[in-house]
Design a protein around this ligand. Structure first.
Ligand SMILES: *[C@@H]1O[C@H](CO)[C@@H](O)[C@H](O)[C@H]1NC(C)=O
Ligand SMILES: *[C@@H]1O[C@H](CO)[C@@H](O)[C@H](O)[C@H]1NC(C)=O
Length: 325
């Protein structure tokens, strides 16, 4: 069977919500028939699977209506109102690029303690801006892998026609025109199996139980991580959303979402690409904190470590970059 039509079949199955069993059989027998992969247990997979959770707020028709080229998927928590407001006014503003549609979506779970006032506020925001998707899993740092799988699932089901998606944390600066030009410059050839950002090649699990990044040997016995892309921001061709969702059936969950995506990519045989500017060996997805400088920032795609107020503060000045840098 040619690869393309298989992919169509898989997409069709995913979208029409065919039974999971059939799905797995197709996958196991055709797509990965030549290796010895084993499915993880259903109980384990259910924890991270979006099908275990229900949408509280969704935007199912958004992509069909707007036909975006690029979708920005931004994980935030319910209470990060200030961050959402700042992003809407700065890099998430949808009119930054002419001729190309860029969509913005905030991806949210539910808080540990229900907060009806904040929830009502979110629902008002959702009505006003149409940029919220929310599912009913508990939204904690340890559950970010669920959030990422929810993001992948959402794109696979509602937004396959977009060319690219960017998963980006709210505490970043983002240069949308640079990113769009960068993706355009890649041409059509990289439309599939493309994922790029700040690539980490020599990662290994942190065994210090007090660390934020701790991973026990029970959960992850291996002593190193596969190549993965820093979770601060990574861009990918939307075909990967479905493929990563499928691959997750074979990959033991870990609470580090970027490492988890890396594990799924290894399963798929997809290698992340480092986003650099060739001449200057400059990392375009900057994970260090950097002092704001108009022309330095004009030559980056993302810079990490911004509070909402700082973002608003630099944004006005940054608008002059295209005339002066
Ligand atoms: C799959 O496993 C079997 C038995 O353990 C082994 O004989 C075979 O070589 C393996 N195949 C691959 C492709 O690794
Ligand atoms: C993750 O989300 C699930 C589903 O809502 C919840 O049962 C679990 O307690 C959460 N785990 C953590 C560590 O927050």
């Amino acid at each position: 069977m040619p690869k393309l039509s298989l992919r169509r079949v898989l997409t069709y199955l995913a979208v029409t919500g065919f039974s999971t069993i059939l799905f797995i059989l197709v996958l196991n027998n055709i797509y990965w028939h030549d290796t010895n992969r084993t499915l993880i247990s259903k109980e384990l997979h259910d924890v991270i699977s979006p099908s275990s959770y229900r949408y509280i707020l969704n935007q199912p028709d958004l992509c069909e209506k707007k036909r975006p080229y690029l979708v920005l998927m931004i994980p935030v928590t319910l209470r990060e109102i200030e961050a959402r407001t700042a992003i809407r006014k700065t890099w998430g503003h949808e009119s930054l690029t002419s001729g190309v549609t860029v969509l913005r979506l905030f991806v949210i779970g539910r808080p540990v303690q229900n907060d009806p006032t904040l929830q009502q506020q979110l629902e008002r925001e959702s009505k006003e801006y149409g940029d919220i998707v929310q599912m009913d899993f508990v939204d904690t740092y340890h559950n970010l892998t669920i959030k990422t799988m929810m993001t992948m699932n959402w794109i696979a089901i509602y937004c396959q026609r977009a060319r690219y998606a960017l998963k980006i944390d709210a505490d970043n600066f983002l240069n949308v025109p640079y990113l769009v030009n960068y993706l355009h410059a890649k041409g059509e050839s990289l439309r599939e199996d493309y994922i790029s950002g700040s690539v980490i090649r020599d990662g290994h699990p942190n065994r210090n139980s007090h660390s934020k990044w701790f991973l026990s040997e029970d959960i992850y016995p291996d002593t190193s991580y596969p190549t993965y892309v820093s979770g601060a921001a990574y861009v990918f061709s939307t075909d990967l959303a479905l493929k990563i969702s499928l691959a997750s059936r074979f990959v033991q969950p870990v609470p580090l979402e970027d490492v988890y995506v890396g594990l799924c990519l290894r399963e798929l045989g997809v290698k992340p690409v480092y986003a650099t500017c060739f001449l200057r060996l400059r990392n375009l997805f900057e994970v260090r904190k950097m002092k704001y400088d108009r022309c330095t920032f004009a030559s980056r795609i993302t810079v990490n470590g911004f509070k909402p107020q700082e973002l608003l503060y630099i944004w006005h000045d940054f608008q002059n970059a295209r005339f002066t840098c």
